[in-house]
Design a protein around this ligand. Structure first.
Ligand code: GDP
Length: 825
């Protein structure tokens, strides 16, 4: 090893022996490389003693160095050598010391380990000892028990037996033996041996260690589950949240609202078998499962919840104060509704207010002579009354049913009664036109009986007042009757809350923007209030009352014009005051969207269903489309019903549109699109409609008698019936014989037995009264001549077109087809 070192370390500065080489080398660096080579050669014969060799070599090396120099170097070399030797010695010593230290430490560790083991085993032994003692005790007790029953000798044997308790003793003994051995042996070996020879106890102990950990984990887990089941907080201070979940929610948003990690939520969903990503929506039910799984409280919310901000608190009875009644006047056309309203208005308003009536806002208030305030709605028409009700605006408290004393109960009177009854609104009958000579108020009263309206005059509970809008007779009585009815109704409202009301009228005013007449139903509407009305919202910019005056606020039952809307609402829309503009906007947006969705859904449904129904229905049925306008709704309905009854399986009348009022341009457009005639019952087309009809070639027919109208439509529909084809038998011929004629085929020699044989007619060949062929004739000959007709009793020759199988004795039936126009009955 050292030789190798020497050779190798030529280029290195080396150990003690190499010093020589080193020296020559260090010198050789500058001058004598050759010397070095020689040196080496010299070195070879005496490799033995290093120090002697070194000295000799030094002496024999005067070459380029002086003795002094040489000596100095040698000394230095020796010094270095001795230093190296010292260092080596120190290193060896240190090494030894370290080794000893390590030994000592190992011993210490071993000792410690041993001690620990011993302690453990001692503990175990103690435990077992305890167990054993317990067992012994148990055994002794049982033995004692037994002894009380058993004879004496058994008792004496017991204490001796006790120490040699079988299950207890052997185990500690074995343990102790092993302990001793373990003490003598080395720790690792002993461990190895131990693992190699597992005893039940060790195994148990070992497993115990493992199991203890898992037991703890299990316990923690159980504890968590228990707490969760009890709804308590789970381990880490978990905050149970009320999680608001709308109809559908994006997974990440759900996680966000629960303040849980998105990944956890996705995982939970996956565990439920729903493979969703965080950006997908889940429905409310799924969300509920998740929310529960995470231990939060689910709060279902719906988009419509935005409406919840609308104050719907019930008023306390003590807050309620009486309010004026709201009255609607209804009745048959021309029975004097408008006249009556005007009469009341003129009588009361003009008399009271210097300014008089300055504007029409669709509703107004009057004060009776007795001081009762009444709010009248300008008659909106029966359908409007009901459609307003359908929109949730039950504005009317009392209906005044106007019946003309000279006309009695008419269709629209009945309609009005039905509307009022459906709305559950009490009625007061105003028997109008009492000034007329033909007036017969009692006829009105008896007529009304038929419709279950029993007036007071007929010992019923419906008030009836005889009035004349013309003369003003009975008007005060009517107002008193209304005031009385209002008192009975005990109408109340709370003026000290945010207002709610209903739109009576709304229009887009050129100068003022959208304007709505609102009848305040509860609370007080004030200037500056933010409100939502139907699909619109706004902030009250100004309030104008029925006299055209600006007001700051409007209380219950007060009709008022509202300015400051951002769009035009519809009659019947409900107005609600809300707190903030944001809320108002949100609700309006929601309603707009909901209405849109509804329209879309309805549209889609109709399209599909209707398309199917139409496709089915149109298969074989001809339709006569009709557009019909009438003067009043009652007539329109009656006519529509009558028209719908026209028709049979093949033809029917389809009413494109049945409306009330003049025929307009849009009616013409609609009629043109379907190629329908326009029927006007007691109405006329306006000028633009007439022009349009002329241009587009749409027929307009006017009627004033329903019967005429229906009859005409019936005739028109009849025109759609496909003509019936009838067969007329014109003759019979009997085949007497058949001949073969070249170029013609088989020819039958016949005798016309009945009627005539006509060449143009259709023929059937009957054999034993069974039709075996139906076709036309190729020839009809009388003697050699082609003839058109052969009379009964004459003989003739006949040949069939495309048919040859004719036999003697067959009968030919000759018939003609006739198309017959049909009409609807
Ligand atoms: P509406 O269609 O129900 O509104 O009835 P109107 O108010 O337009 O009245 C129809 C017609 O009856 C008008 O020509 C009125 O002048 C007339 N009229 C209304 N009330 C009375 C009344 O009390 N006496 C008489 N003689 N005519 C009346």
């Amino acid at each position: 090893m050292s030789d190798q070192d020497g050779k190798k370390t030529l280029g290195l500065s080396g150990g003690a022996r190499n010093g020589r080489v080193n020296q020559s080398f260090s010198r050789g660096r500058t001058k004598s490389v050759v010397v070095e080579t020689k040196r080496k050669r010299v070195v070879v014969p005496k490799p033995g003693s290093s120090s002697g060799g070194a000295g000799g070599e030094a002496v024999k090396r005067p070459s380029g160095v002086s003795d002094a120099e040489m000596e100095r170097r040698l000394k230095a070399l020796q010094a270095a050598k001795s230093r190296e030797a010292e260092e080596a010695e120190t290193r060896a010593r240190e090494e030894r010391e370290r080794e000893e230290e390590r030994e000592r430490r190992r011993a210490e560790i071993e000792a410690k380990e041993r001690e620990e083991r011993e302690r453990e085993e001692a503990l175990k032994a103690k435990e077992e000892d305890d167990q054993r003692r317990l067992a012994e005790e148990e055994a002794r007790r049982t033995a004692e028990k037994a002894a009380t029953d058993a004879p004496a000798p058994a008792k004496s044997a017991d204490p001796q037996r006790a120490p040699v308790n079988k299950p207890g003793t052997p185990t500690p003994r074995r343990d102790k033996d092993r302990d001793d051995k373990g003490g003598r042996g080395k720790a690792p070996e002993r461990d190895g041996r131990r693992t190699g020879k597992l005893t039940v106890n060790q195994a148990l102990a070992g497993r115990d260690g493992g199991r203890q950990r898992s037991m703890a984990a299990m316990k923690r887990k159980q504890e968590r589950a228990r707490q969760k089941a009890m709804g308590g907080p789970v381990e880490r201070e978990k905050i149970v949240r009320d999680v608001q979940v709308p109809d559908s929610i994006i997974v990440s948003e759900l996680a966000n609202r629960m303040a849980e990690r998105v990944a956890d939520v996705v995982k939970a969903l996956m565990n439920m078998g729903m493979m969703v990503t965080q950006n997908q929506p889940v429905d409310q039910d799924t969300a509920e499962l998740i929310v529960e799984e995470f231990g939060h409280n689910m709060v279902r919310v719906s988009d419509s919840d935005v409406e919840q901000v609308i104050d719907s608190v019930e008023d306390k009875p003590e807050d309620l104060v009486s309010r004026p009644p709201v009255i609607t006047i209804m009745g048959h056309v021309d029975h004097g509704k408008t006249s009556l309203l005007d009469a009341i208005r003129n009588a009361k308003v003009v008399a009271g207010e210097a300014g008089g009536i300055t504007q029409h806002i669709g509703a107004y208030q009057v004060t009776t002579d007795k001081g009762a305030v009444l709010s009248f709605l300008d008659t909106p028409g029966h359908a409007a009354f009901t459609s307003m009700r359908a929109r949730g605006a039950q504005v009317t408290d009392i209906v005044v049913l106007v019946v003309a004393a000279d006309d009695a109960v008419m269709p629209q009177t009945v309609e009005a009664i039905n509307h009022a009854k459906a709305a559950g609104v009490p009625m007061i009958v105003a028997i109008n036109k009492i000034d007329r000579p033909a007036a017969d108020p009692n006829k009105v009263r008896t007529d009304l009986l038929q419709h279950e309206v029993v007036v007071e005059g007929m010992s019923g509970d419906v008030q009836d007042v005889e009035v004349s809008a013309m003369t003003g007779q009975g008007l005060d009585d009517l107002l008193d009757a209304i005031a009385l009815q209002a008192e009975i109704l005990e109408l109340k409202a709370n003026p000290d809350r945010s207002a709610s009301g209903a739109v009576i009228e709304a229009q887009l005013d050129v100068g003022r923007g959208p304007v709505a007449t609102v009848l305040v139903q509860n609370g007080t509407l004030k200037q500056g209030d933010i409100f939502v009305v139907g699909e619109q919202w706004g902030k009250v910019r100004a309030l104008v009352d029925d006299k055209g005056e600006r007001v700051k606020e409007a209380g219950p039952s007060v009709p008022v014009e509202v300015l400051g809307l951002n769009g035009t609402p519809e009659a019947g829309d409900v107005l609600n005051v809300v707190d903030t503009e944001a809320q108002a906007r949100e609700i309006a947006d929601y309603r707009t969207q909901a209405a849109k969705d509804k329209r879309a859904a309805a549209g889609a449904a109709t399209t599909l269903d209707q398309l199917l129904a139409k496709a089915k229905a149109d298969e074989s049925v001809a339709e006569l489309p009709v557009l019909m306008k009438a003067d009043v709704q009652g007539s329109a309905e009656a006519i529509a019903q009558a028209l719908e009854k026209i028709g049979n399986d093949e033809v029917r009348v389809r009413i494109l549109h049945a409306g009330v009022g003049a025929i307009t341009e849009s009616d013409i457009t609609l009629a043109e699109a379907s190629g329908a005639p326009v029927i006007g019952f007691n109405v006329r087309a306006n000028a633009p409609a007439r022009n349009a009809a002329n241009q587009k070639g749409v027929e307009i027919r006017y009627y004033s008698i329903i019967y005429d109208l229906v009859d005409d439509v019936k005739k028109a529909a009849s025109g759609l019936l496909s003509a019936e084809v009838r067969e007329n038998f014109i003759g019979y011929a009997e085949i007497k014989d058949t001949f073969r004629v070249t170029g013609v085929g088989n020819v039958a020699g016949c005798l016309v037995t009945e009627g005539v044989a006509r060449r143009s007619a259709g023929v059937r060949l009957l054999r034993d009264n069974v039709v075996i062929h139906e076709g036309t004739l190729k020839t009809l000959k009388r003697f050699k001549d082609e003839v058109k007709e052969v009379q009964s009793g004459q003989e003739c020759g006949m040949a069939f077109e495309n048919y040859d199988d004719i036999r003697k004795g067959d009968v030919i039936e000759i018939f003609e087809r006739e198309e017959v126009e049909r009409s609807l009955t």
